[in-house]
Design a protein around this ligand. Structure first.
Ligand code: DX5
Ligand code: ZN
Length: 218
Protein backbone atom coordinates (compact mmCIF):
# COMPACT_ATOMS: atom_id res chain seq x y z
CA UNK A 1 0.00 0.00 0.00
CA UNK A 2 1.14 3.53 -0.75
CA UNK A 3 1.37 5.93 2.20
CA UNK A 4 0.92 9.57 1.33
CA UNK A 5 1.33 12.84 3.21
CA UNK A 6 -0.92 15.65 2.00
CA UNK A 7 -0.15 18.96 3.76
CA UNK A 8 -3.17 21.26 4.01
CA UNK A 9 -2.38 24.81 2.88
CA UNK A 10 -5.19 26.11 5.09
CA UNK A 11 -2.51 26.53 7.77
CA UNK A 12 0.05 28.12 5.42
CA UNK A 13 1.13 31.75 5.66
CA UNK A 14 -0.96 33.33 2.89
CA UNK A 15 1.42 36.26 2.78
CA UNK A 16 3.95 33.93 1.23
CA UNK A 17 1.83 31.04 0.03
CA UNK A 18 3.99 30.27 -3.01
CA UNK A 19 7.11 30.06 -0.87
CA UNK A 20 5.42 27.77 1.66
CA UNK A 21 4.25 25.47 -1.14
CA UNK A 22 7.81 25.30 -2.49
CA UNK A 23 8.95 24.17 0.97
CA UNK A 24 6.24 21.49 0.97
CA UNK A 25 7.41 20.34 -2.46
CA UNK A 26 10.97 20.00 -1.18
CA UNK A 27 9.88 18.24 2.02
CA UNK A 28 9.06 14.91 0.37
CA UNK A 29 5.29 15.21 0.92
CA UNK A 30 3.60 13.69 -2.11
CA UNK A 31 0.30 15.63 -2.38
CA UNK A 32 -0.95 19.13 -1.62
CA UNK A 33 -4.30 19.32 0.21
CA UNK A 34 -6.40 22.30 -0.84
CA UNK A 35 -9.38 23.14 1.38
CA UNK A 36 -12.18 25.11 -0.27
CA UNK A 37 -14.83 26.44 2.15
CA UNK A 38 -17.94 28.40 1.29
CA UNK A 39 -19.19 29.71 4.65
CA UNK A 40 -22.36 27.67 4.20
CA UNK A 41 -21.48 23.97 4.32
CA UNK A 42 -18.90 24.90 6.96
CA UNK A 43 -18.76 27.99 9.19
CA UNK A 44 -15.65 29.40 7.50
CA UNK A 45 -14.58 30.80 4.11
CA UNK A 46 -11.14 29.99 2.69
CA UNK A 47 -10.32 30.57 -1.00
CA UNK A 48 -11.32 29.44 -4.47
CA UNK A 49 -10.32 29.20 -8.14
CA UNK A 50 -7.82 32.10 -8.44
CA UNK A 51 -5.64 30.75 -5.65
CA UNK A 52 -5.61 27.21 -7.08
CA UNK A 53 -4.83 28.53 -10.58
CA UNK A 54 -1.98 30.65 -9.24
CA UNK A 55 -0.47 27.67 -7.39
CA UNK A 56 -0.84 25.46 -10.47
CA UNK A 57 1.63 27.77 -12.23
CA UNK A 58 4.38 27.22 -9.67
CA UNK A 59 4.20 23.51 -8.84
CA UNK A 60 3.60 20.15 -10.44
CA UNK A 61 2.47 18.61 -7.12
CA UNK A 62 -0.66 16.45 -7.05
CA UNK A 63 -3.56 18.77 -6.14
CA UNK A 64 -5.88 17.04 -3.68
CA UNK A 65 -8.87 19.40 -3.58
CA UNK A 66 -11.28 19.04 -0.65
CA UNK A 67 -14.54 20.84 -1.34
CA UNK A 68 -16.44 21.89 1.77
CA UNK A 69 -19.16 23.62 -0.22
CA UNK A 70 -22.86 23.04 -0.81
CA UNK A 71 -23.88 21.64 -4.18
CA UNK A 72 -20.30 20.98 -5.39
CA UNK A 73 -21.56 19.53 -8.68
CA UNK A 74 -22.07 23.09 -9.91
CA UNK A 75 -18.34 23.82 -9.83
CA UNK A 76 -16.55 20.59 -10.80
CA UNK A 77 -15.63 21.77 -14.32
CA UNK A 78 -14.08 24.94 -12.93
CA UNK A 79 -12.03 23.12 -10.29
CA UNK A 80 -10.70 20.80 -12.97
CA UNK A 81 -9.83 23.79 -15.16
CA UNK A 82 -8.09 25.42 -12.17
CA UNK A 83 -5.77 22.42 -11.88
CA UNK A 84 -7.28 19.82 -9.54
CA UNK A 85 -5.89 16.26 -9.83
CA UNK A 86 -8.40 14.85 -7.36
CA UNK A 87 -11.68 16.31 -6.19
CA UNK A 88 -13.30 15.19 -2.95
CA UNK A 89 -16.90 16.15 -2.24
CA UNK A 90 -18.89 15.68 0.94
CA UNK A 91 -21.65 13.06 0.78
CA UNK A 92 -23.71 15.40 3.01
CA UNK A 93 -23.45 18.20 0.42
CA UNK A 94 -24.63 16.24 -2.64
CA UNK A 95 -28.26 15.57 -3.45
CA UNK A 96 -27.12 13.34 -6.32
CA UNK A 97 -23.87 11.88 -5.06
CA UNK A 98 -23.44 9.33 -7.84
CA UNK A 99 -23.95 12.00 -10.49
CA UNK A 100 -21.26 14.22 -8.97
CA UNK A 101 -18.80 11.29 -8.71
CA UNK A 102 -19.35 10.44 -12.37
CA UNK A 103 -18.99 14.10 -13.31
CA UNK A 104 -15.58 14.24 -11.59
CA UNK A 105 -14.42 11.00 -13.21
CA UNK A 106 -15.56 12.13 -16.66
CA UNK A 107 -12.76 14.71 -16.58
CA UNK A 108 -10.14 12.02 -15.97
CA UNK A 109 -9.37 13.28 -12.46
CA UNK A 110 -9.65 11.17 -9.31
CA UNK A 111 -12.85 11.22 -7.26
CA UNK A 112 -13.15 11.18 -3.48
CA UNK A 113 -16.09 11.25 -1.09
CA UNK A 114 -15.79 12.77 2.38
CA UNK A 115 -17.84 11.94 5.47
CA UNK A 116 -18.21 14.21 8.49
CA UNK A 117 -17.49 12.55 11.85
CA UNK A 118 -21.17 11.93 12.59
CA UNK A 119 -22.04 10.54 9.15
CA UNK A 120 -22.22 6.72 9.02
CA UNK A 121 -20.21 4.61 6.58
CA UNK A 122 -23.49 3.20 5.24
CA UNK A 123 -23.76 6.40 3.16
CA UNK A 124 -21.10 4.84 0.94
CA UNK A 125 -22.78 1.47 0.59
CA UNK A 126 -23.51 1.63 -3.12
CA UNK A 127 -20.86 4.06 -4.32
CA UNK A 128 -17.71 2.65 -2.70
CA UNK A 129 -16.80 0.81 -5.90
CA UNK A 130 -17.05 4.09 -7.84
CA UNK A 131 -14.55 6.19 -5.91
CA UNK A 132 -10.76 6.41 -5.71
CA UNK A 133 -10.69 7.62 -2.11
CA UNK A 134 -12.82 8.02 0.98
CA UNK A 135 -12.01 10.95 3.25
CA UNK A 136 -12.84 10.26 6.87
CA UNK A 137 -13.08 13.63 8.62
CA UNK A 138 -11.47 13.22 12.01
CA UNK A 139 -12.63 16.68 13.19
CA UNK A 140 -15.76 18.64 12.32
CA UNK A 141 -14.69 20.46 9.14
CA UNK A 142 -14.17 24.20 9.03
CA UNK A 143 -10.96 24.98 10.88
CA UNK A 144 -7.38 23.87 11.21
CA UNK A 145 -5.79 23.13 14.56
CA UNK A 146 -8.58 21.04 16.14
CA UNK A 147 -8.09 17.78 18.04
CA UNK A 148 -8.55 14.32 16.54
CA UNK A 149 -11.90 12.76 17.56
CA UNK A 150 -11.08 9.36 19.14
CA UNK A 151 -14.22 7.52 17.96
CA UNK A 152 -12.97 7.94 14.39
CA UNK A 153 -10.57 5.04 15.08
CA UNK A 154 -13.44 2.59 14.80
CA UNK A 155 -14.76 4.23 11.63
CA UNK A 156 -11.39 3.97 9.89
CA UNK A 157 -11.02 0.33 10.97
CA UNK A 158 -14.50 -0.59 9.75
CA UNK A 159 -13.92 1.13 6.42
CA UNK A 160 -10.59 -0.66 5.93
CA UNK A 161 -12.32 -3.99 6.63
CA UNK A 162 -15.04 -3.14 4.11
CA UNK A 163 -12.57 -2.14 1.39
CA UNK A 164 -10.43 -5.23 1.95
CA UNK A 165 -13.44 -7.56 2.07
CA UNK A 166 -14.56 -6.22 -1.30
CA UNK A 167 -11.02 -6.38 -2.68
CA UNK A 168 -11.10 -2.71 -3.70
CA UNK A 169 -8.24 -0.36 -4.35
CA UNK A 170 -9.69 2.66 -2.52
CA UNK A 171 -7.52 5.00 -0.48
CA UNK A 172 -8.55 6.03 3.03
CA UNK A 173 -7.68 9.63 3.79
CA UNK A 174 -7.85 11.10 7.28
CA UNK A 175 -8.15 14.85 7.84
CA UNK A 176 -8.13 16.76 11.11
CA UNK A 177 -5.86 16.67 14.13
CA UNK A 178 -3.21 14.48 12.46
CA UNK A 179 0.16 15.06 14.13
CA UNK A 180 3.57 13.39 14.23
CA UNK A 181 2.54 11.69 17.48
CA UNK A 182 -0.69 10.08 16.26
CA UNK A 183 -0.03 9.41 12.57
CA UNK A 184 1.33 5.90 13.27
CA UNK A 185 -1.84 5.14 15.24
CA UNK A 186 -4.24 6.20 12.46
CA UNK A 187 -2.12 4.26 9.99
CA UNK A 188 -2.55 1.22 12.25
CA UNK A 189 -6.33 1.76 12.12
CA UNK A 190 -6.16 1.50 8.32
CA UNK A 191 -5.66 4.97 6.83
CA UNK A 192 -3.06 5.49 4.09
CA UNK A 193 -3.41 9.17 3.08
CA UNK A 194 -2.69 11.64 5.85
CA UNK A 195 -3.71 15.29 5.74
CA UNK A 196 -1.84 17.57 8.12
CA UNK A 197 -2.28 21.33 8.31
CA UNK A 198 -1.02 22.89 11.53
CA UNK A 199 1.36 19.95 12.11
CA UNK A 200 3.19 20.87 8.89
CA UNK A 201 2.93 24.67 8.67
CA UNK A 202 3.39 25.69 12.32
CA UNK A 203 7.18 25.99 12.47
CA UNK A 204 9.70 24.61 10.00
CA UNK A 205 7.84 22.94 7.12
CA UNK A 206 10.61 20.57 6.05
CA UNK A 207 11.34 19.43 9.63
CA UNK A 208 7.65 18.95 10.42
CA UNK A 209 6.98 16.98 7.23
CA UNK A 210 10.08 14.85 7.89
CA UNK A 211 8.77 13.92 11.35
CA UNK A 212 5.37 12.94 9.92
CA UNK A 213 6.92 10.99 7.02
CA UNK A 214 9.22 9.15 9.43
CA UNK A 215 6.40 8.13 11.77
CA UNK A 216 4.21 7.13 8.81
CA UNK A 217 6.82 4.68 7.61
CA UNK A 218 7.30 2.94 10.95
C1 DX5 B 1 -10.57 21.16 8.20
C2 DX5 B 1 -9.79 20.94 6.92
C3 DX5 B 1 -8.46 20.37 7.18
C4 DX5 B 1 -7.55 21.23 8.03
C5 DX5 B 1 -6.76 20.29 8.90
O1 DX5 B 1 -11.87 21.41 7.92
O2 DX5 B 1 -10.47 20.05 6.05
O3 DX5 B 1 -7.80 19.96 5.99
O4 DX5 B 1 -6.67 22.05 7.32
O5 DX5 B 1 -6.01 21.02 9.81
P1 DX5 B 1 -5.23 20.33 11.02
O6 DX5 B 1 -4.30 19.31 10.40
O7 DX5 B 1 -4.51 21.48 11.65
O8 DX5 B 1 -6.25 19.70 11.91
ZN1 ZN C 1 -9.33 19.14 4.32
Amino acid sequence: MEYILSPSILSADFNKLGEDVKHVEQSGAQWLHIDVMDGSFVPNISFGFPVIKALRKITGMFFDVHLMIVDPGKYIDEFVAAGADMITVHAEACTHLDRVIQQIKSHGVKAGVALNPGTPLSQLDYVLEEVDMVLIMTVNPGYGGQSYIPYCDRKIKELRELIDAKGLNVDIQVDGGIKADNVAHVKECGANVFVAGSAVFDGNIEDNAAALLKNMSE
